[in-house]
Design a protein around this ligand. Structure first.
Ligand SMILES: O=C([O-])CC(=O)C(=O)O
Ligand SMILES: [Mg+2]
Length: 223
């Protein structure tokens, strides 16, 4: 097998492990309790989309939300990784969006069903270019923002996270072994809101990366 390039992990990437309700201000805006343990869910690698391709609205949703998040790219796998060595397993970062069909998520929550349809559809995980680890010396102090059609909607700092990156790596790897090319997306700060077809989403990490995505209507539906 040819050598895999971690900077293009989304092409051969593996699991996307998502942390929910990791910012108290976002948990509150959706009237959820502040968690005492991380809330986890998964997206498949088919959820990845890169700049130049659009975010597609699932045909079954009328309330697609943006959630801007810091993504942690795993460079070295492991099981039950101690917090003290957790950062040795990180290859770098991406800025990412956890696109969420909020109407479907609300329905899933009220019926006690899993969030797969709300969170794991094609193009539900837009990602920026790979950010090498040394470009973010302190992942616990990263300022991230998102604009819809030039209007600022989200602006948070990873210092507001309830569970830190080393804590999450330890917690997750004790349940689901981490592998090279996995991505952990670490939760969103407050300000989530709906996007429509033709909207332009711009997001960034101050001084590190920006990315732009257009929203398009989903062009396909299973017959
Ligand atoms: O859908 C939600 O509210 C949970 C989530 O992904 C987050 O907090 O980032
Ligand atoms: Mg999220």
């Amino acid at each position: 097998m040819a050598t895999r390039n971690i900077a293009r992990f989304w092409e051969w990437g593996r699991k996307i492990i998502c942390v929910g309700r990791n910012y108290a201000d976002h948990a509150k805006e959706l009237k959820n309790a502040i968690p005492t343990e991380p809330v986890l869910f998964l997206k498949p690698p088919s959820a990845y989309v890169k700049e130049g391709s659009p975010i597609l609205v699932p045909h079954y949703s009328h309330n697609l939300h943006h959630e801007v998040e810091l993504g942690v790219v795993i460079g070295k796998g492991g099981t039950a990784i101690p917090q003290t060595s957790a950062m040795e397993h990180v290859a770098g970062y991406v800025l990412c969006l956890d696109m969420t069909a909020r109407d479907i998520q609300d329905e899933c929550k009220s019926k006690g069903l899993p969030w797969t349809l709300a969170k794991a559809f094609n193009t539900s995980c837009p990602v920026s270019d790979f950010i090498p680890k040394d470009k973010i010396p302190d992942p616990g102090d990263v300022s991230l923002w998102l604009k819809v059609n030039d209007v600022l909607r989200q602006h948070g700092n990873t210092s507001q996270m309830i569970f830190s990156i080393p804590y999450l790596i330890n917690y997750i790897s004790g349940i689901i072994s981490l592998e090279e090319g996995d991505l952990i997306i670490t939760g969103t700060p407050k300000g989530v809101s709906a996007v429509q077809e033709h909207d332009e989403l711009q997001a960034g990490i101050d001084g590190v990366v920006t990315m732009t995505f257009k929203v398009d209507k989903l062009g396909y539906k299973s017959q």
